[in-house]
Design a protein around this ligand. Structure first.
Ligand code: SF4
Length: 344
């Protein structure tokens, strides 16, 4: 699957093979005998590239990165980096956000197929129509949207600042919240708002099994349950702590409990275990029987090999149409300004 934002410049480059363009990543074996991780760090230094990683990518990539964070922290970091190249080890909308914030920098993602089921659930043309049908509404969109969808938005939020940004509007403000209906429903429930919700969801957070979480709680009665607000209401309601990935990490570090059941993408357990080696982190399982933990298929497309090749060839590059970028930058900057004011 290829995206419209495919690097046109790279398309002209003789070094980028058509089979790679078809694949959406550089499909080349790593030279035998090299220390891949050392080579990645060497190339990053030589090219003045910063490697950013989301908490949901594999732990070994997090360990290699210059900066690891959730969506809010990654956007804040991109806005102030002085690197020439940003390598975004995460999904495509994160690369787009970086490119919009840093139009003069080269932004790379190791695999263009790393999209997001939540972003895909809110197509820009359908969203434009919906927004057009509600002209007196303020439009709040989650950062997990494409740049084209952000272009129809008044202010972007992440799970780390959504509540505070919603509350920064008057109580009677008419608001559209998109695309995550679970996060929107959760914010409605804690703020007493009645925001109009887009019917989107994340394939990872939707499939946590309440029954299996309650079974785990019986096995570990002293464990605290940590839940991301993209999960369905019944799962959120059994949580001891509901919060963004960064907020759950902060809670895990500060709380005295020694066992924690974690209902968000299991990649965060890497940082939790690193920061709290003495504690036991138990991934909450999905509602099918295939795996004990719940992973994002898209985030897991990012591998060390693809990162190596991406830096080597400086491809795939993320491009955002300039007209869309001009519209999308406003709601992103608005989020960063409100977050800075609220010290988030
Ligand atoms: S975990 Fe869900 S919201 Fe996050 S990138 Fe994957 S599909 Fe998108």
């Amino acid at each position: 699957m290829m995206l419209k934002t495919e690097n046109k410049q790279a398309a002209k480059s003789p070094r980028i093979k058509s089979v790679w363009k078809q694949a959406g990543f550089v499909d080349e074996s790593i030279p035998l005998g090299i220390d891949v991780k050392a080579e990645i760090r060497r190339m990053a230094k030589e090219k003045n590239a910063v490697i950013m990683a989301h908490y949901y990518v594999d732990g070994e990539i997090q360990d290699l990165a210059d900066f690891v964070g959730d969506s809010l922290a990654l956007a804040q970091q991109a806005a102030k980096t002085d690197a020439d190249i940003i390598v975004m080890c995460g999904v495509h909308f994160m690369g787009e956000t970086n490119k919009i914030l840093c139009p003069d920098k080269k932004v790379l993602v190791p695999d263009l197929n790393a999209t997001c089921s939540l972003a895909e659930s809110c197509k820009a043309d359908e969203f434009e129509k919906f927004v057009g049908e509600h002209p007196d509404y303020t439009v709040i969109s989650y950062v997990n949207t494409t740049a084209a969808t952000k272009a129809f938005t008044d202010v972007v939020v992440t799970s780390g600042n959504a509540r505070q940004i919603v509350e920064s509007f008057p109580q009677d403000e008419k608001i559209i919240f998109a695309p995550d209906q679970n996060l929107g429903g959760y914010i409605n429930s804690i703020t007493g708002r009645n925001m109009l919700l887009w019917n989107g969801a994340c394939h990872v957070h939707e499939r946590f099994s309440l029954e299996k979480i309650l079974d785990l709680k019986k096995e570990h009665p002293n464990a605290k349950i940590l839940v991301h607000p993209e999960c369905k209401g019944p799962v959120v309601r059994v949580a001891d702590k509901v919060g963004s990935t960064a907020a759950l990490l902060k809670f895990a570090i500060a709380d005295e409990s020694q066992e924690l059941i974690v209902a968000t993408e299991s990649g965060i357990l890497h940082e939790m275990q690193k920061r709290c080696p003495e504690k036991t982190f138990i991934p909450a399982p999905p509602n099918d029987s295939t795996c004990a933990c719940n992973e994002c298929n898209y985030m897991k497309l990012i591998t060390i090999e693809k990162l190596y090749n991406c830096l080597k060839y400086e491809w795939p590059e993320v491009k955002v149409d300039s007209e869309i970028a001009q519209k999308a930058i406003r709601p992103i900057n608005r989020m960063l300004e409100i977050s800075a004011k609220l010290k988030l």
